[in-house]
Design a protein around this ligand. Sequence first.
Ligand code: SF4
Ligand code: SF4
Length: 312
Amino acid sequence: MHSIIIIMKQKFLDILNNKKIFKLVLGLGNRHFEEIEDLVTIYAIAGADMFDINPSKEAVEAVMRGVKKSGRNSEDFYYSISMGLSGDTHVQKCVIDKDKCKNCGRCVKKCPQNAIVPAKNCYKVITQNCIGCQKCDGCKAISFTENQYEVEKIVKIAKKYNLDCIEIHLSTKKIPDKEIKYVIENFDGALSLCLDRKFYSNERVKKLINKVIKWKGDTNFIIQADGVPMSGGDNTFCSTLQSVAMAQLVQSYGTYIFMSGGTNEKTAELAGMCSLRYNGISIGSYARKIVKDRNLADAVAQAQRLIEICKK
Ligand code: SF4
Ligand code: SF4
């Protein structure tokens, strides 16, 4: 229906058709701009192909600063901006009630982002560092607030910075028809739909993909097969199993496929064992973890190793 309007940017189509790509997920909720800049510098030097960014101009500009610091050109990479919907943990931020906090420090040890820090007789959250993973949940002092993202604003940012892709996270009970159609009708870059295994049965996947094929008139869109979002960190087959299972479920529909959610050094190997057709691997938590607290040369070496394994 909208195939004339939606012409996926040629260079991005070419790369998807010709090689497997490595996408660094910086975190939909991650607004820690210094961390974003550093991660992009490391992974740009190491040879990543694509960056997935929080939907804000500050985050996009941090990515561009990181690329510049790496000495590479911004045209050498592809950029995706991510959108979360109400109810999705990606759009949530942790809050600690100082009157209920017993100062025990348990939540600090669970936080992968160093987002919880000591305050006066309690702990507090550095909101910009919090990615909403909810690993700290389970204490009466902790609750979560939600950041609302409007699709119109996200499309505006993507157009302003000439980004290649808009990714909509669909970790919700209701399929957001309005938002998906809006991106199809108003953005001439690529559309990616991130499907969380927890929310998508075989039947629901079929219903969603067939709907989108009808709206677009083609299969030129990406399904990001999200195993267990924000669970990465472990380098095991178990961690990445659901992402591979999700990719296996969608591979017959003819769309492009990326794997994410628990992805690590085992993802490509497991996908190979399953003879899976896919176009890229997106890694967030594990990619961030292996470069943490290292000097630049060490961090780049770690990142290079991960990228090579993923692109085999
Ligand atoms: S928020 Fe809860 S877990 Fe964290 S330090 Fe306070 S009492 Fe302990
Ligand atoms: S554990 Fe996750 S949700 Fe909790 S503060 Fe840290 S990043 Fe935020």
